[in-house]
Design a protein around this ligand. Sequence first.
Ligand code: DP6
Length: 372
Amino acid sequence: MTLAQKYENEAGKLTGISPSVSPGSVAWRSPSNIALIKYWGKRDFQLPQNPSLSFVLEESFTETSVEYRYRGNNGNTGSGNLKVDFMFEGQPNFVFDLRINAFLQKVAEFLPFISHFEFKIESRNSFPHSSGIASSASAMSSLALCLVSIEKDLFGTLKNDKDFFTKASFIARLGSGSAARSVYGDWSVWGKNKLIRGSTDEAAVNVNNELKPVFKSLADAILIVDSGKKEVSSSQGHKTMDGHPFASARYRQARENLEKLINAMVIGDEQSFISVVENEALSLHAMMISGNVGYSLLKEATWNIIGRIREFRMKSGLFLAFTLDAGPNVHLLYQLKDAEAIKPFIFSELLSLCENKHWIDDRIGKGPERLF
Ligand code: DP6
């Protein structure tokens, strides 16, 4: 049985609410993540064409609070009938409002109690909104964690952590694919593959236990080349993979890279880690360039930073690698124990290439936290 079937079957039990139920509130802080094996291309509803692997960040997160109040059932249980008041950083936000309403309508299939309540949702990011950091992963995972906590609080379900976080990941995925990987600490894999037992396209799984310690203490210097809104969003980008001339080769490459990367992380092979991570970053952007309507989100400064990182690696012999999100900013990965050698390099050679010398000094994170 798929997770969707399981949650659909269980949904019937998530409707019987006593009209005297007290109003309640819940809040979660949930991190953004950076994928090293990239999810790029979807099928059906929010299912990935290939598995992806990421770690969550520590400093880049969203905090979302949800207040809920029973508003009766009145036969109005249709998911098209939601009552939601949404504020982002203290202000109404029309674009986010639409996305959150669409998300809630979708997830009401699995969490039908949603249509019996009215909600006040407030969200804020730890990072500036236009810093170039993808906020959909942290935003959607923090909201999903709130909704699943409401289910747990009202119905006493999802008592064990595995059930709780699997459902949170499943729900988060329906809002944004990469959000599925933000409900756990450290490293997660989303997408069915041969190496990770229990992996599925419907939700992410945590993969910390298998990996060598060297990969558990990574720093991520996020070098902001351009903080502006992207010309092509990730959601539009995924669509360009439909009918892309290299799509099937890309999905095969991602699978092979996942195997190579996991093997490298299990045995502690830093050289293979670097070559797979950088190959994934550039392949992602190669897909954008070589699609039927090609485009590039990379800037001259992106290439200059990449060049300097590679040159510094050659000279210093240190373990450092770059990766890219669907944008021009560069994530420089290195070990926290090498910070003393790498930070002067960042300051003297990389910041002059960043927009207003802007960077975020981040690292691998412990994962989401319930605030109340
Ligand atoms: C390049 O998760 O933002 O960051 O599912 O449409 O919300 P939607 O897309 P999104 O895509 C992320 C793409 C990526 C790679 C990754 O995070 O795996």
